[in-house]
Design a protein around this ligand. Structure first.
Ligand code: NI
Length: 164
């Protein structure tokens, strides 16, 4: 198990556009393993490679704790509907804001074996895929915040908080 340091807002690497992955290498496979270790250690639901300082188009998600997924060179092929709710980010620790995202997305990507797949996702996984895809283009959710970016402690207890 190897944890990577999570870059935080203000670090210019988070605003750069990531490069496509051409082939799976031992180094990239290790990166993906470390990203999962770092995600679980942080109790997040998604993590993108630039958040650990690597400018590759890779993100990992696990919105249930039992659903690990790897997305390499992802492309959102379709989206529809909308969901409005609180969002957070491991690179913006302790903060949350309301963001509206599509409620459905269809994404095409490659897995850790560089096999192409398409996935339809709704609700939290759809939100997470949109949030992580934005990271690969150098964007943070705070740019899309509707209203103030608040401290998580200001949220009332029954609101759900997810960080990615
Ligand atoms: Ni994030």
């Amino acid at each position: 198990m190897a944890l990577r340091t999570i870059r935080e807002m203000g670090d210019p690497i988070l605003n750069k556009v990531c490069k496509p992955v051409k082939e799976m290498t031992p180094r990239t496979a290790e990166l993906i393993e470390d990203m999962f270790d770092t995600l679980y250690e942080s109790n997040g639901v998604g993590l993108a490679a630039p958040q650990v300082g690597i400018l590759k188009r890779i993100f990992v998600t696990d919105v249930t704790g039992e659903d690990p997924r790897v997305f390499i060179n992802p492309q959102i092929l379709e989206s529809s509907g909308e969901q409005t709710g609180n969002e957070g980010c491991l690179s913006v620790p302790g903060k949350t804001a309301v963001v509206t995202r599509p409620n459905y997305v269809k994404v095409g990507a490659y897995n850790e074996k560089m096999e192409y797949f398409e996935l339809e996702a709704t609700e939290l996984l759809a939100r997470c895929i949109c949030h992580e895809s934005d990271h690969l283009d150098g964007h943070l959710y705070v740019e899309k915040a509707e209203g103030p970016v608040m401290d998580v402690s200001e949220l009332v207890d029954n609101e759900e908080e997810e960080e990615s």
